[in-house]
Design a protein around this ligand. Structure first.
Ligand code: AHR
Length: 363
């Protein structure tokens, strides 16, 4: 299918979708995403021509990313009526901008971007707009431009707040008053890193926890291991909480702590907190090695395909679609936690005790 949405129409469409904007949780599916899984085939390619979609993916740094890539590739399969141009940008922002420009050159019908960093997008998104190609952003957010039609992803600030709210309640339940934290951050400049850092820091500031150090582990196992090795040397015996901003970093951090003789997990010297809740992460929660794991839901391909179908049919689309993301824990000591989310809303979250990681994991 050749795109025939001209720039003026696209601008009007973006204005309409802005009006349709939902708040956190307003249009969120349950983790597992089954309410978005049925719509793709109905419209795609029903005029006999494939819809051409360019997808500029962040890279291949984590289990989460592997699941995200597969989700998009499955949703935009040939069988579903799509022709997908997929670019793994290898965590290189310049390469990602170049990929988007190539999609414009290739005259694709729609562009999907998972932005490595949240800034530096306005110029290239203006080029997409001028070319009349609608852009859908998934997962991470863009801070410096509104020139995209729709975004589907996670509220990362809430994930960081979740970790803080849980730690506060957990420390009280266990009678731990002195909290000394080491953070292994995700890739600097990504909205996932910014939101998780800021959300957790809000609790740290309020509760007077000491954040001893906070360094970039690049969302990789290797990065997590290297940062933790250096932390173990520099801060031996001085920390009792490690926050890893994704599961792969946590896997590397566990290897480093093991090698340094640091005991982590349930009722050990160090409380270990992670994000993503991939299957391997939940297995460590079940084993009591990770105390709490806050889900980041990666299966966003069907949501994205649904948006493209709506656009193709000339329908309004939601400006934002938030994923619903459970909180997983190792111990059955706190049933739920009430906290104030990033929208200023008081929410009560049930804690999901991991008893069977294989069946509880979404990916
Ligand atoms: O943007 C989502 C984050 O990026 C996930 O937490 C992480 O695993 C991934 O690499």
């Amino acid at each position: 299918m050749k795109k025939r949405i001209f720039a003026g129409i696209l601008t009007a469409l973006m204005a309409a979708s802005l009006v349709a904007c939902g708040g956190a949780g307003d249009s969120a599916p349950a983790a597992g995403g089954d309410d978005a899984g049925t719509t793709t085939e109905a419209g795609a390619g029903d005029d006999g021509e494939k819809i051409i979609v360019g997808f500029a993916q962040v890279g291949h740094e984590s289990d989460w990313r592997t699941a995200s890539t597969k989700s998009v590739q499955d949703a935009f399969s040939e069988a579903n009526g799509y022709d997908l141009e997929f670019v793994d940008c290898d965590n290189d922002s310049a390469k990602q901008i170049e990929a988007v420009r190539q999609f414009i050159q290739d005259d694709v019908d729609y562009i999907v971007i998972d932005p490595i960093v949240s800034t530096g997008w306005d110029t290239v998104l203006t080029e997409c707009e001028d070319a009349g190609i609608p852009v859908i952003v998934i997962d991470r957010t863009i801070e410096d431009s509104d020139k995209y039609v729709s975004w589907v992803g996670s509220e990362f600030m809430n994930e960081g707040l979740a970790a803080g709210a849980w730690l506060k309640a957990y420390a009280e339940a266990k009678g731990i008053s002195d909290i000394n934290v080491l953070v292994i951050e995700g890739s600097n400049g990504s909205s996932a890193q910014i939101g998780r850092t800021d959300g957790f820091k809000k609790y740290a500031d309020e509760e007077g926890w000491k954040i001893i150090d906070s360094q970039d582990g690049d969302f990789t196992q290797d990065g997590g291991q290297k940062v933790m090795e250096s932390y173990c040397k520099s801060y031996a015996g001085k920390f009792n909480v490690v926050v890893c901003q994704n599961d792969n970093e946590a896997f590397g951090a566990m290897d480093a702590m093991k090698a340094a003789g640091v005991e982590y997990g349930v009722d050990k010297d160090v409380i270990l907190i992670s994000f993503d809740a991939c299957k391997a992460g939940l297995e460590y929660v079940q084993a009591g090695d990770i105390n709490a794991d806050f889900m980041c839901y990666p299966l966003q391909g069907e949501y994205c395909a649904q948006i493209i179908q709506q656009l193709k049919n000339g329908e309004d689309v939601e400006k934002q679609t938030f994923m619903t993301e459970p909180w997983y824990v190792a111990e059955d000591i706190l049933p739920s936690i009430t906290y104030t989310n990033n929208s200023g809303k008081e929410v009560t979250e049930d804690l999901v005790v991991v008893t069977d990681a294989a069946s509880q994991a979404s990916y």
